[in-house]
Design a binder for this molecule. Structure first.
Ligand code: NI
Length: 262
């Protein structure tokens, strides 16, 4: 069974057929799913999904583009939710400089990224990190707070193979999704071929980033087959080897996941 480490089934693009789609996951070889909150509403919906489906676990956290949702009260609420048995990670958190160009907003992103990292340390949970157009600041901030003491994954990795190695040295996993199947994704293909298999997690980021041949359509965990196939091809190993290794990696990282379901 495949371990899906990053999905957003709380997204409204699943409203029409969420139940039908999620119920079909086991028969399509999807064993465990981490549904990742990105804003306050998303975290609430994530918690509801974890109650509804045995194989869905949750990540609670606020995405850098949604930090206007954060204040001390919400932070305390998040902390309380982290104690729930099915909240397996803090995320997604991080830095996104793609849309936010103002220094004041970026400073606020760094502040809440730091706070949520500290929350993970305090609660003994791994982190799911989003970093876009902010390679230098992400690495600097993480090194500054001794992130090697906080396990985690760099989700939807989009930087160089060299930077992937830096994160791996600090104990991090690298999340690889649909982009690896794109013809123009040279750097990511190189990363997926070179880094240790023991450091790769499979993820969709659905409804976004559908792999080939579904590119441009709504994504779902069922398309992870194409991602695993491409990683297997790039590394010259079997599809099953990729599925098994990435599942074991995810079980190692997300310790609260009940292995029975994976
Ligand atoms: Ni995401």
């Amino acid at each position: 069974m495949i371990f899906e480490s990053h999905a957003h089934y709380d997204d409204k693009r699943f409203d029409a057929d969420r139940e039908e789609l999620l119920s079909s996951m086991p028969e399509h070889g999807i064993g465990t799913i981490i549904n990742v909150g990105s804003d306050l509403e998303g975290v609430k919906k994530t918690l509801a999904l974890t109650e509804q489906y045995g194989f869905i676990y949750g990540a609670a956290g606020i995405h850098p583009s949604d930090i206007s949702d954060l204040n001390e009260e919400v932070y305390e609420w998040l902390k309380e939710k982290c104690r729930l048995p099915k909240v397996a990670a803090i995320g997604e958190i991080g830095l996104d400089y793609y849309w936010d160009k103002e220094e004041e907003v970026r400073r606020s992103q760094r502040y809440w990224f730091c706070r949520q990292m500290e929350l993970a340390r305090e609660m003994g949970l791994p982190v799911i990190i989003h970093s876009r157009d902010a390679a230098e600041d992400t690495l600097k901030l993480m090194k500054g707070i001794h992130c090697e003491q906080i396990p985690g994954v760099i989700h939807c990795f989009s930087y160089s193979p060299e930077l992937a190695e830096e994160y791996i040295k600090m104990g991090y996993y690298i999340g690889i999704g649909g982009v690896v199947t794109f013809n123009n994704a040279k750097k990511l293909k190189e990363t997926a071929a070179k880094i240790p298999l023991a450091r790769i997690l499979l993820e969709t980021d659905c409804p976004y980033l559908s792999p080939e041949p579904e590119r441009g359509k709504r994504n779902s965990s069922r398309n992870l087959v194409y991602v695993a196939q491409e990683i297997a091809r790039l590394r010259g190993i079997s599809y099953q080897e990729v599925v098994d290794a990435t599942r074991e990696n995810a079980q190692r990282l997300f310790a609260k996941v009940n292995f029975h379901h994976a």
